[in-house]
Design a protein around this ligand. Structure first.
Ligand code: SF4
Ligand code: SF4
Length: 410
């Protein structure tokens, strides 16, 4: 199994169902049977790849749960759907790698939350903030004190609710749509000491350092503070946007900083347009341009490369058009010399991946985030088909034409 998942925190150690082990085993068997009989994937290579093999072959998929997204129940359902979509062999599902995120700079867009005081909102506002939020993180309702006097019916009404902090992942979509400029962004830096402790857990496999790339001393400080805890992970990823001429030299400098304590693999996340994966066709262009700039330089930063920041349904087609999807003669990355491997080892899907599956999660009969999706097999399968539209092309699945969503991408 190759997908990795990122989140601010690792998933809970136990499935939040309250069920016993036997119930879980039966549930897993039921999912396998369901997937085997309904999705009918025919992988070209039936050998289960290790995650690093997936990176070498350009078949790595990372589900970005959101560095600031903290709704553990929702993360759990999303992760299950994308784990199944990434399983090359449904009979041998393994736990995907779990990656946790930190940042070195408050300017990083991934570590922010929206906030506003609903009591300051005009009562007649049409609430566009609520409508644009892809995470259902804004909940508002009108309340009344019941002290209306004759002829002043709305004088004591007010809005209640606001941003559900753990569901807001800072996408920024609500900021510009507020006609009264009431929404602010609250940025923060994840506490490094707590992160270091998490890295020592057996169920945390990788870390991702988000950096703006503009303050190398901040990166250096963060790396120093993480100390020897970094030796517990198999993979260190660094996510940064294209900052122009100094991009690749900055990556080289960062690698020099990390080198002495880097025991596992390292991965560069080329963050084309941070936090923009689900807003249309143009969004993927910057990520592709970043990859093309990397492909053109002879002295590439050491490590694997993954695209993010604008990745969506069109990303693989765009990569194919510019000749950057899979097998490229390459030398000297991650300790591998002179091998044919993908320049772009993988794709990280974030907002877009969440959006297409959330369409299904929101159909579940109770509040989103409070139930196990596998308890509703028809919705699990629908969500899985959506997920396969993203994961299938990366892994070159031969998907049957009977699956309408999958057929659209071929
Ligand atoms: S920043 Fe994005 S996720 Fe957060 S409340 Fe606004 S629209 Fe929703
Ligand atoms: S759009 Fe602005 S004013 Fe209207 S409800 Fe949302 S935050 Fe309040």
């Amino acid at each position: 199994m190759s997908p990795a998942m990122t989140s601010s925190n690792p998933p809970p150690r136990t499935i939040p169902s309250g069920g016993d082990n036997l119930r879980r085993i039966h549930r897993l068997d039921a999912i396998k049977a369901l997937v085997n009989t309904t999705v009918n994937i025919h992988p070209r290579n039936v050998i289960l790849p290790r995650p690093i093999d997936s990176l070498r072959r350009g078949e790595w998929v990372k589900l970005i749960c959101g560095a600031s997204f903290e709704d553990a129940a929702d993360i759990r359902n999303l992760s299950l759907v994308y784990t199944l979509a990434g399983a090359m062999n449904i009979g041998s599902i393994e736990r995907p790698w779990v990656m946790i995120s930190v940042n070195d700079d408050k300017e990083d867009l991934h570590f922010r939350k929206a906030e506003f005081d609903p009591e300051n909102c005009p009562l007649d506002c049409s609430r566009p903030c609520e409508k644009v939020c892809p995470a259902n993180a804004i909940l508002l309702k009108k309340s009344s004190t019941g002290q209306h006097s004759l002829g002043s019916s709305d004088a004591s009404d007010r809005l209640q609710g606001g941003v559900v902090t753990e569901r807001c992942y800072g996408c920024g979509r609500c900021f510009p749509v507020c006609p009264f400029d009431k929404i602010r962004a609250k940025t923060y830096i994840r506490e490094t000491a707590a992160t270091s402790e998490l890295l020592k857990r057996n169920d945390v496999d990788a870390i991702e350092i988000h950096t703006t790339g503009r303050h190398i001393h901040l990166f250096n400080e963060l790396w120093d503070t993480l100390g020897t805890s970094i030796k517990h992970v198999k993979l260190v990823a660094v996510s940064m946007p294209d900052i122009g001429n100094s991009t690749f030299s900055t990556m080289q400098d960062m690698h020099t900083i990390m080198e002495s304590r880097l025991l596992g693999y390292n991965l560069w996340q080329l963050d084309g347009r941070p936090m923009s994966g689900d807003i249309g066709r143009g969004a993927t262009r910057e990520a592709i341009n970043f990859a093309m700039r990397l492909a053109a330089i002879p002295d590439k930063p050491h490590g694997f490369y993954q695209l993010a920041g604008g990745t969506n349904l069109h990303t693989i087609d765009c990569l194919k058009k510019v000749g950057l999807f899979k097998a490229i003669k390459f030398s000297g990355t991650g300790g591998i010399a002179d091998s044919a491997q993908a320049l772009i080892g993988g794709i990280a899907y974030g907002g877009y991946a969440r959006k297409i599956v959330a369409r299904v999660l929101h159909k579940l009969p109770t509040q989103p985030g409070c139930m196990l999706i596998e308890d509703y097999p028809e919705y699990l399968m629908e969500a899985l088909r959506e997920a396969l539209t993203l994961v299938g092309p990366v892994k070159s699945y031969n998907m049957p034409l009977s699956c309408p969503q999958c057929a659209q991408v071929h």
